[in-house]
Design a protein around this ligand. Structure first.
Ligand code: MG
Length: 385
């Protein structure tokens, strides 16, 4: 079997994605045996999905004529090709989209689900943790009510950033790394209200989005620890392991990092310096199914649970779920309740989500195809020109 074409598909399939410019970039790989694989390399904000899509177009010629079964070799071929550009970040997003599509092709060609050929099942379904459950919430009471409803719907772990009322502008604009005393107190009031609403048996996960400097991150982390949060995610920006170490040594709350760490190499200091209790690699950013599984195996050797970050599109959640079917040290897969409509709009069948868990279909490959007609009718407007 030979690869005959590699094509990025940047799309804005829902009103929500158009309004927020959240472009989902899918990847299509065709072969000379009429087997087509789908991957995803979505990235935002800042038009990241189009940057990645443009690069996929430039990588195409390195893949045409190759055997799509040689997944690890092709992974390395692209990774090393851009070593002078820096192979982590943009390049690993490109590789992720290709790697996922190659696993889809291999599964379809062999008539087996990806998790089957990847190592087999540790479980029958994938436990999810809920994000995106707080649409429209502003006050602590709003958050408490929405959290209770989410738990009643079957989720035993929920995540949110209680400080977005002040920190949203700093999502990609870290400047001083500080928050006002009033803003911090309001965030803590939200956490307290949510904890009171859901009780102690629900994991309340806090995402800090890398907004803080070291003293602020330490102070907030210790206040969060009083509410026994399940984890404190990205307390400081991702560039400095030393800053993370300083926070880690001074905060009682469990730490989770990894959505902005790319490939097994970025995770080595996390394990060796014992910088996190949980890791959350992203299957469409860190290097695809192959790399997510390798990172999970490294974490296994340190008894660290893996909980993939999942805030992009439909193939991302499916690819993360297939990988986690095969991993012993799995905690939960992130799932945005707000994204469900969009997920299902582009897939050939809806996701089967019951009792806070995703149940994968038994079909070959990823078990889903993309609705190409629908995607073609809803392209990214800049890409479409
Ligand atoms: Mg996060």
């Amino acid at each position: 079997m030979k690869i005959t074409d590699v094509k990025p598909i940047p799309t804005q399939p829902t009103e929500y994605s158009r309004r927020s410019s959240r472009t989902w970039t899918f990847v299509r790989i065709d072969t000379d045996e009429d087997v087509t694989g789908f991957g995803e390399a979505t990235n935002y904000p800042g038009g990241g999905s189009l940057v990645v899509a443009s690069t996929i177009n430039l990588v195409r010629e390195a893949l045409i004529g190759e055997d799509p079964f040689d997944i690890d070799r092709l992974w390395h071929k692209i990774f090393r090709r851009y070593t002078y550009l820096g192979s982590r970040g943009l390049v690993t997003a490109v590789i992720s989209g290709i790697d996922i599509a190659l696993w889809d092709i291999k599964g379809k060609a062999l008539g087996k689900p990806v998790h089957d050929i990847l190592g087999g099942r540790f479980r029958d379904s994938i436990a999810l943790y809920a994000n995106g459950w707080f649409t429209g919430c502003e006050t602590p009471e709003d958050f408490a009510r929405a959290a209770a409803e989410t738990v009643a719907a079957g989720y035993s772990a929920i995540k949110f950033d209680p400080f977005t009322h002040e920190m949203e502008p700093f999502h990609t604009g870290y400047v001083s790394g500080q928050i006002s005393a009033e803003g911090e107190d309001l965030g803590m009031a939200k956490v307290e209200a949510v904890r009171d609403a859901v009780g102690m048996n629900v994991d309340v996960l806090i995402d800090a989005h890398g907004h803080y400097n070291v003293p602020t991150a330490i102070r907030i982390g210790n206040r969060l620890a009083e509410f026994e949060v399940g984890w404190y995610e990205e307390p400081v920006p991702p560039e400095s392991y030393e800053a993370l170490a300083q926070v880690r040594q001074n905060v009682a709350a469990p730490i989770c990092v990894g959505e902005r760490l790319f490939t097994r190499y970025d995770f080595v200091p996390i394990f060796e310096k014992r910088l996190a209790d949980y890791i959350m690699p992203d299957v469409v950013w860190t290097g695809g199914i192959s790399e997510l599984r390798k990172i999970a195996t490294m974490a296994e050797a340190y008894y660290i649970p893996v909980s993939p970050h999942n805030a992009m599109g439909s193939i991302q959640i499916v690819a993360g779920a297939h990988t986690m079917m095969t991993v012993p040290n799995f905690y939960r897969l992130e799932f945005s309740l707000a994204a469900l409509e969009g997920y299902n709009a582009v897939l050939d069948k809806p996701l089967d989500i019951r009792d806070g868990a995703l149940h994968l279909p038994s079909g070959p490959g990823l078990g889903f195809d993309l609705d190409l007609e629908f995607l073609e009718a809803n392209p990214d407007p800049i890409w479409a020109g």
